[in-house]
Design a protein around this ligand. Sequence first.
Ligand SMILES: *Cc1c(COP(=O)(O)O)cnc(C)c1O
Length: 397
Amino acid sequence: MPGFELFGDAERKELNDVLENGVLMRYGFDGMRNGHWKAKELERELERRFGVKHAQLTSSGTAALNVALAVMGVGAGDEVIMPSFTFVASFESIMASGATPVLVEIDDTLTLDPAAVEAAITENTKVVMPVHMCGSMADLDALKAICKKHNLLLLEDACQAFGGSYKGEMLGSIGDAGTFSFDFVKTITCGEGGVVITNNSDYAVHADQYSDHGHDHLGSDRGAETHPILGYNYRISELHAAVGLGQISKMDDFIAIQRRNHGVLKQALSSIPEVTFRRVPDPEGDSCGFLSFFMPTAELSNKVVDAFKEHGIDAYWNYYNNNWHYIRRWDHLKDMKSLFPLSDQLKEGLKNIRNQEFPQSDDFMSRNISCLIKLSWTEDEVKDRAERMVTAIKSIL
Ligand SMILES: *Cc1c(COP(=O)(O)O)cnc(C)c1O
């Protein structure tokens, strides 16, 4: 998955355009830039590749979530439904908006369980936020139907599934808004960066303003601009956008490499009857950034982790035991370790989270192993890896 593995001349060329004119900021300084608008160019390229009307770059994927929630009007008293297995940015951005994160079970897709979503809806629910974890997607038809029935907004966190699709539409473009991260370990990297994509023109205007202190971006005198709304600074720099432009020119190659490497490993592991794979609602749309499989028991998956180590295999995780991605280890959230006072509504909403149980998620997560698919592996390395993985798993059965 990490695009940094194939950092090269395309990125250096785009960066040099910026370094030569010295305009590191995405707005203003028209006369000095020699026609280079890297952030704008990357936004147009993302719109084209994702088939959406609007893309708003931000300083990070987390910032993109903050902006998306803001333009959706999410704030104090609202609830946002999110999965128990995700990156911490999900609850961080919801809490930053003043709303309450409502965590629900995942299923064998390793993403939101639609039944659990529906059961968690209250009169305060405003948004359902599926997170397309580890390269593949949530059951978007089911989630869309639930949102329609209950008049809720759908925000796709597609940060880990860049380039994937669902029934012919790009992931991230299917909900009311979608987000990607371009941090250093994502499929396409800007160093740091993110984007909100949407077909909603009101969201687009507000995302443009909100991510830059509420500026209206009218005319060419930044100092004379008015501020129709309150905003923050979530701007991307021209340097970061330039790196992204270089990277995105290789997007199709990156996804093709992931799919090829993923295919080799998956075929090899399919020969082991005890191994089952995550359910992928649209297998053709899998971005293949990871290969995720289940062992029959948690005990066996722990043994596989040890066996992989012994056989020199790297870049895999049992996220059940991981500090970053699963509710089980999020003590800072459960203990509400905030530097500043939280609202009464938020405290009330999180009050029971320490005692909330996730038996279904625990089952899938404890049996799961997710393997990163790298872009830099040679064909021989992938084949060798596949053989070693099979040998390692068979050694513990
Ligand atoms: C990486 C990631 C983010 C946040 O991205 P940053 O750019 O690191 O802030 C959000 N959600 C998911 C699922 C991610 O993997």
